[in-house]
Design a protein around this ligand. Structure first.
Ligand SMILES: [Zn+2]
Length: 76
């Protein structure tokens, strides 16, 4: 992939890399604090044996990170 992707905020060239987390990463439409992640959408699931890495793009100027999550095939 050698297309240059630019930051939607500052138009800088984005750096390619990977994002990962030993815990799941969830999305919520609401800023409210919750006790658990019940009802929220899991973007990246918990690590089972190996930590999965998700391809991501990052702007080092404004600390924006863009990643495309997959549907959680391995999370029930
Ligand atoms: Zn930027």
């Amino acid at each position: 992939m050698d297309d240059v992707v630019r930051c939607p905020e500052c138009s800088n060239e984005l750096k390619q890399g990977y994002i990962f987390s030993p815990r799941r990463i969830c999305w919520s439409d609401s800023p409210d604090s919750i006790f658990a992640d019940f009802g929220s959408e899991t973007l990246i699931g918990d690590a089972l044996l190996k930590v999965k890495k998700t391809p991501a793009l990052r702007c080092e100027e404004c600390n924006l990170v863009i990643f495309k999550h997959k549907k959680n095939n391995d999370i029930k």
